[in-house]
Structure formats: C-alpha cells, structure tokens
Write a protein that binds this ligand. Sequence first.
Ligand code: ASP
Length: 450
Amino acid sequence: MKVSKFGGSSVSTASQIKKVLDIVNSDKDRRIIIVSAPGKRHDKDIKTTDLLIRLYEKVINHLDYKNKKLEIVSRFHDIVKGLDMDDHILGEIDRTLEHLIETLKDQPERLLDALKSSGENFNAQIIAAYNQKQGIPTQYLSPKDAGLIVSNEPGNAQILESSYEKIYHLTEYNQKLIIPGFFGFSEDNHIVTFPRGGSDITGAIIARGVHADLYENFTDVSGIYRANPTVINQPEIIDEITYREMRELSYAGFGVFHDEALQPLYHDRIPVVIKNTNRPSDPGTFIVHDRQIDTRKVITGISCDEGFTSINIKKYLMNRQVGFTLKILKILADYNISFDHMPSGIDNISIIMRSSQIKGKEQAVLEAIRRDCKIDELNVEHDLAILMIVGEGMSAVVGTANKITDALANAHINLKMINQGSSEISMMFGISNADAKKAVKACYSHCYAE
Ligand code: ASP
C-alpha cells in the first residue's frame, strides 16, 4: 500500500487536480491520499492558507472581513467551476467560514487554527466528490474519523502515540480515501494544526499508521536538489538520501520536505519518495534508512541557512572549572532559549542559536552571564550563516574537509567556526551571512562540477 500526499501547488487549480487524480487512479496501491490547501498558481499568487490567516486578522481586529472571505470562496469557485461540478459546495464553504467566525471569535488561537485548517478541509471534500463523480469509489475522511488525535497546542500539534492503532483501521476501506493534511483533533475535540507546511506531517503519520510500503510526497519539483536551485543554476537531483542526511539538510534550509515529517517514517523505516506531479514518470528522490555509498560522490548535499547569532565567551582555565557550561546553559534555559551548536576550546566556548531565539532578550542574557559566570571576555556576533556539508560517505573517505576548506579559501571566505559531529555525517561551518551564497556556489562547483 502507498500513501500519497499532494502539496499546495499540485492541488491549486482544477487542471492540477485532474493531474493528481490521473496519478492516483493509475495505481491501485495508491489508496490513501493526503491533500494540501490550494497553493500558489503562479509566483505572485497567495496561498489559500495565507488568505485564511488574513481573514483571521480582519476578524480579530474587528475589520470588515467580507471581501477576504469572498476571495477565499472565489479560489474554490474557480476550482469547482473548472471541474464542472455543482456549486452548492460554495455555499457550504461560506456558511462554514461564518460559523467558525461566529463560534470562535472570542478564542483567537482556536479561531486561527480552525480557519487555517479549512483550506485543506474544503479542498479534500471537493477532490473526493469529483473523483467519486468520475466513477471511482472515493471517500472524503476527516482527520478525526481517520484517527488523528493530537496534542492541544494550537499551531504546533504533535500526534498522540495512541492514534496509530486507530489509523491502522484505514487499511479496511475499499475505496480511495482523501484526507485533508495539516491538522488533527485534540482529545477535547478542537481542531489543532501542525506547523506550517504540515500536510507532509499528516502524510507521514498516516503512512506509519497503516504500515505503508511507500510514502509518496508529490510536489512541483522532480526530487531534492543537491543545493538550493535559486543559488545554483539547475543543480543535480539526489537519487537516494538517508533520513539522517535529509534531517541535516532540512535543518539548514532544504524546504522540500518538512523535517518533522521524518520522525514517524524513521520510526518504522518507511521509505519516502519525493516526486513531481507535473512529471510523474521522473524517478524522484528516495529517502531511505540505509543506502549504498558511492565513494566518488560522498557529499550528498550542501545547504546554508542565514540568521544565526553566536555568544562567544572566554575564561582563563575554563577547562578546569566544574559546572561552568552548566551555569551558561541554565541562563539560556531560564530565558527559554534553545541553542543549536556549542563549539568550544580550552578557554573559550561559543553558543550558537537562531537569532530569533535571542531577539529582545540579548541584553538580559549577557548581563546574567556576566553576573553568574565570572567570565573574562564576552562578545556577540550577529549575522552568522551555517553552511552544512552533508553525506553519509564522508566517514569512509579521506580529504573531504580539505576539499571544502580549499573551496572556501579560494573564494576568500573567512571561516568563523568549524564543527563536525562524531557521526561524521555532516560538517558545519560558521560564516558571515554576506558570504552565504558565495560559499554554496564555491562548494558546489568544487564538489560536483569539477
Ligand atoms: N497549507 C498549509 C501551509 O501552507 C500546509 C501545507 O500545505 O502543507 O502551510
């Protein structure tokens, strides 16, 4: 059995939806389908989910929201019309939005989640009804009926482990099931959404729950590129990548697959393939547990994410002080700051975090460190970027670090920090934000083009 998820651009118009259903109906193993809300139809377009967020903002600020609501209904009108379907569903969409606004307007977080979820919810209903009308036995299933019971944290749902048993029952349906992505229900029956881009997470949960042989994630590219295609002109597509490599690359900016979606798949080693709805016969990229390493191409991908801050601390004889790092980390915990890396020397330590983590708290944190840790020197570096070089094969091959530092030196890029975890699956370099693109270009051409 395959679980197939189609992203926003794949279900943004009637003609895209027809392509999706051709793919779905061409394979009897594609029995459970997860769909996103209609995404962008062109570069300047707005995603339906973003329109729904704007609707929420109007409501909450007591502004006239009728036009915003109309804009949303009209997105679905275009789809319904393009599919030649009865338009009574448009009235239902309008009434459902009004009902949510009316009943939840005094509970902003609940209203936001309920409105955000309705993009996928309406789309799944339309797609199921259309496929049924084509004579293919198809059923819409709400995440509640599918068994997606989640934690009660608006916008940040986590699946409850107990859900998986119920989800397994989806294997008993004979017709094709269309399930909206992006949200579940809390135990006390509230709609709760996953983080943005979370339809991938729904798909992964369902794939694990039904013990799928394959989780197909359809999008608008033919797989995962070795580097950001807006920086590198037509980068190579990766044919196979491990979950661990994918996690490292998505941490530093690879956005094609939600990193939280890897967890349920990793748990049961369910393989994933990233495929293109517009070119379904392209092989795509497989994400797997283990893979054969090609020692001639040990670097699987290169990513670089901007917007990090480093707190650099010096303390003479730091290595002899018991509990020094603990004091620093306690301060970060007190200020609810999560950090990402902590490279250290004998008398110095740096704590690197996403700048958004420390925004608005910097002065207070620095004062607390000065007060509690008796340090010699303290400074903060903003505008850092993290360059990640990722590949399972690096541990077996000599000279990869040399290759990268060479490429960076030739491009006159100053390395502020180097870190390699003991697994040797990735190397991390701290560089200046301003060098981020240049660094990716230099490494890419050094690793693949020569
Ligand atoms: N529609 C949601 C979003 O735009 C979820 C998704 O498409 O995966 O974030």
